[in-house]
Design a protein around this ligand. Structure first.
Ligand code: GLC
Length: 481
């Protein structure tokens, strides 16, 4: 039995702010249980729902030498859908009503503590992983510590590590002096071949340099991040590590996202009966959101963090033009004020066409995937993207920009060859996007049979974890030997 430990800052169902949580919460379930014992470490945040806190059981606690103090580390555990979870409990670091804090240096302090606490917990829970699978910058110090102080200890010697980049934009950077003091790492770790980047200490960089392998969440993103435009300053390092860097596309949980069994939606349907049944969801959603009630209207969905990454400035730019068309737009998500306000404004201006729901709700997200005809995702960059996979699963046709995982998972419609599962455009240009949306409208309104064949192909596409979990297993085997 190979032992694998996942370490991350969020994971479904316990805590979620974005796609990272979906991956951390679903991938372990799809790793072959006969050959791998996969366990997961997360922080225990005060803002987790009480129902999940109630599931956690106290294991033990100890005091960690951290930041020149003795700091409490509680270890809790819970079993969720057969997966063994552990939680690091410290009320000073993980209190607050939000998962992430706005102060970058405090974030570094909390997650450096978390990394050290996780490693120090392992002997106490009697789980010696063969490999630690780290996710994003918050866990970047684990590969560093494994190669540094923990090497001197028999328990830790030989533990391999992998880091998966879910988003290169976030790196955990702060001045060297402060980070040195927080991490306790020796001075010679803060050079450009290790943790330093552009004069700052950079925790993600540490992870990339010291991990035994680096992955990211799609093939195209793995290529893109080796270029300056997508590389966020680390493209040189990623080129240097290109032998150990690979893209493995994310899957989604096909049990949770299943139009045939989904309890959130008004009318379940499948690949055979969607032509009759799917629209009943649209009807119900139009009523729920106060949109004009008309089965025929093309409804476009957006479920997204409202940030620059998602290409929302393109939408803002052509929103008035788009709203002249015969379409409805349903938005769900929170994020930057300017995008929240932009959608609120258009909801007010075109109240029977636009519905802006500026909050997050699992329930409404499922209803949107099931009810809409198309799903818009014009991202500036997109490491993988999960919403387009959910949309495909529900026969809701993605309209995407050809970047990262969007390019790898949505096959553009070709009307001559009768192929494709969605619509896509290349350049980060608002009118190119609008043209593509209008092309989709034209197929939807004038060639409905063709549209339904796109839906057939979308629903037949397979983005369950099966294939990708196999690729992770291959990588684990190769590293563990
Ligand atoms: C981040 C990326 C997104 C990816 C997700 C899970 O949220 O922005 O593209 O799908 O991580 O890997």
């Amino acid at each position: 039995m190979k032992k694998i430990l996942f370490v991350a800052s969020e994971g479904v169902p316990f805590v979620k702010t974005g796609g990272l949580a979906d991956v951390v919460g679903s991938l372990p379930k799809y790793i072959d249980r006969e050959h791998y014992d996969v366990r997961v470490f997360l922080p225990k945040y005060a803002c987790m729902k009480q129902e999940f806190k109630d599931k956690m059981k106290y294991v033990t606690h100890f005091y960690l030498d951290y930041n020149w103090q003795n700091v409490y580390v509680g270890i809790l555990e819970a079993i969720e859908e057969g997966v063994h979870y552990y939680f690091i409990d410290n009320e000073y670091y993980f209190n607050g009503d939000k998962v992430y804090n706005d102060s970058p240096v405090y974030e570094i302090e909390r997650y450096a503590y978390f990394c050290k606490a996780v490693l120090s917990s392992l002997p106490l829970i009697d789980f010696r992983p063969d490999l630690i699978h780290c996710h994003d910058w918050q866990t970047g110090l684990i590969p560093v510590y494994l190669k540094e102080r923990f090497q001197g200890n028999d328990f830790f010697r030989g533990i391999k590590s992998v880091i998966t980049i879910h988003n290169l934009k976030f790196q955990g950077k702060w001045d060297v002096k402060t980070v040195r003091s927080l991490t306790g790492l020796p001075e010679y770790y803060f050079t450009p071949d290790k943790l330093e980047a552009y004069k700052d200490a950079n925790l993600l960089k540490g992870g990339i340099v010291f991990a035994d392998a680096v992955t990211t969440v799609s093939n195209t993103y793995a290529e893109e991040i080796k270029t300056p435009f997508y590389g966020e300053g680390l493209d040189g390092l990623l080129r240097a590590r290109s032998h150990d860097l690979r893209g493995i596309v994310n899957g989604i949980d096909y049990d949770e996202f299943n139009p045939e069994t989904d309890s959130h939606i008004v009318k379940t349907y499948n690949a055979v009966n969607f032509r009759k049944e799917k629209v009943k969801n649209k009807r119900a959603l139009q009523e729920q959101l106060g949109l004009c009630q008309d089965d025929r209207k093309m409804m476009i969905g957006i479920v997204s963090r409202l940030t620059d990454q998602k290409g929302l400035d393109l939408i803002a730019y052509v929103m008035d033009e788009l709203c002249q068309d015969d379409v409805q737009l349903v938005v769900l998500g929170t994020g930057e004020d300017r995008y929240e306000n932009m959608f609120r404004h258009f909801d007010w201006k075109y109240s029977d066409k636009v519905s802006a729901n500026i909050y997050y709700s699992d329930d409404l997200s499922h209803k949107i995937y099931a009810s809409c005809d198309a799903f818009l995702m014009p991202s500036l960059f997109e490491p993988c993207g999960l919403s387009q996979l959910m949309a495909l699963r529900y026969g809701t046709i993605p309209i995407v920009r050809e970047t990262g995982g969007l390019k790898d998972t949505v096959q553009p419609y070709n009307e001559y060859e009768n192929t494709g599962t969605g619509f896509s455009f290349t350049n980060y240009n608002a009118h190119e996007m609008l043209r593509t949306i209008r092309y989709a409208e034209q197929i939807y309104y004038d060639r409905k049979r063709e549209w339904n064949k796109i839906v057939d192909r979308a629903m037949a596409a397979d983005f369950s974890w099966k294939v990708s979990a196999g690729k992770y297993q291959e990588m684990y085997d190769w590293l563990i030997g």
